[in-house]
Design a binder for this molecule. Structure first.
Ligand SMILES: Nc1ncnc2c1ncn2[C@@H]1O[C@H](COP(=O)(O)OP(=O)(O)OP(=O)(O)O)[C@@H](O)[C@H]1O
Ligand SMILES: [Mg+2]
Length: 317
């Protein structure tokens, strides 16, 4: 009974020569909201497809509630709802017909099916468009319906693969509000996104993957801890100091200073820890007779931690 709702061990998936997922591990407890982050091509969608039982791994096991999950035909498939990154909707039929189709695929019938379709349309705010063909919907409306389709059978575990991608801020907020209510209702969420602010709002745990592997698995607080002490110092120097930069090597070799770049009279330092870094740099500059006319510090954000770990920014495009 205490088994994690979802676990994955040693997941591997290849496409020809390319190894898209390379020993992915994850364990998720009931009610947890886990953010899954990674640069483009890191293997997130491939992993989510295996977790959802849509794609067979070349190696490794996915377990739901402690039992090996076989995907198609497995009764536990009903526990899982997937919001795919690529919209999976039929444009020629109405929103309601789409939901009836997806609900029926999940084994819902009769009045239960009708009630749930109505409920999820209400949740995503599309009740007034129930009878309209989906091809007449805006991008944001399609994304909202894509979410509704994953909810129709009321799954315990939701796998959300960039559910807010490419939509206007208003739809993004609407979708996000829906997801936050699911969280409050006790659903377990795995949430893939390229927006760190979404992870900060929704998740208590962050898994960062790259090259098909988990490279960090930490609480949001833990990740913040890594970010909080590191930071950047920007120092304005007197113009005279800037023309004679022999002191630069001395600053660069200071303990806790990871990098130093001088552009004109602006010196930018990367410090392992902002406060002690600032103190050491100021001492060193004073010892070399360099006058500092301004100092600003920027604490590293979670995006910077991601950049440090993966070498790429969260939104590489
Ligand atoms: N059907 C496929 N056939 C061949 N290669 C594939 C296929 N699907 C994914 N790949 C490759 O597997 C790797 C991982 O892709 P995946 O879509 O899982 O990444 P991702 O982390 O979801 O990226 P993104 O942030 O861009 O959505 C990539 O190198 C991709 O080119
Ligand atoms: Mg993807």
């Amino acid at each position: 009974m205490n088994a994690p709702i979802l676990s994955a061990t040693g997941l591997v998936r290849r496409f020809g020569e390319r190894v898209a997922v390379d020993g992915f591990q994850l364990e998720v407890k009931r009610g947890e909201a886990v953010g899954l982050l990674g640069p483009n091509g890191a293997g997130k969608t491939t992993t989510i497809s295996m977790l959802a039982g849509l794609m067979k791994p070349d190696a490794g096991v996915v377990r739901i509630d402690g039992v090996s999950f076989e995907g198609e035909g497995d009764p536990r498939k009903q526990w899982v709802g997937l919001v795919p990154q690529e919209l999976a909707l039929y444009g020629e039929i109405s929103a309601m017909e789409n939901l009836r189709f997806f609900g029926a695929l999940q084994g819902l019938t009769g009045s239960k099916l009708a009630t749930r379709c109505g409920e999820v349309l209400e949740i995503v705010g599309l009740s007034s468009r129930a009878g309209d063909r989906v091809k007449t919907f805006s991008g944001g409306m399609k994304r909202r319906l894509n979410l509704a389709a994953a909810l129709v059978h009321d799954p315990e575990l939701l796998l959300l693969d960039e559910p807010t991608v490419g939509v206007d801020p208003q739809s993004r907020n609407a979708i996000f509000d829906n997801i936050e209510s699911l969280r409050r209702a006790g659903k377990t969420l795995i949430y893939t996104t390229h927006y760190m602010e979404e992870v900060e709002r929704l998740c208590d745990r962050v898994v960062i993957m790259d090259h098909g592997r988990v490279i960090a698995d930490d609480s949001l607080a833990g990740l913040r801890q890594r970010a909080s002490s590191a930071g950047r110092l920007t120092l304005e120097l007197s113009a005279a100091a800037a023309t004679d930069a022999r002191w630069l090597d001395a600053v660069r070799s200071l303990d806790g200073i990871l990098g130093a770049e001088l552009t004109g009279s602006t010196l930018v330092l990367e410090a392992r820890e902002v406060h002690s870094g600032a103190a050491r740099a100021l001492d060193c500059l004073a010892a070399h007779g360099v006058r500092v006319t301004g100092l600003a510090s920027h604490q590293a954000r979670l995006e910077d931690v991601f950049l440090q770990l993966t070498g790429r920014s969260l939104r590489d495009g």
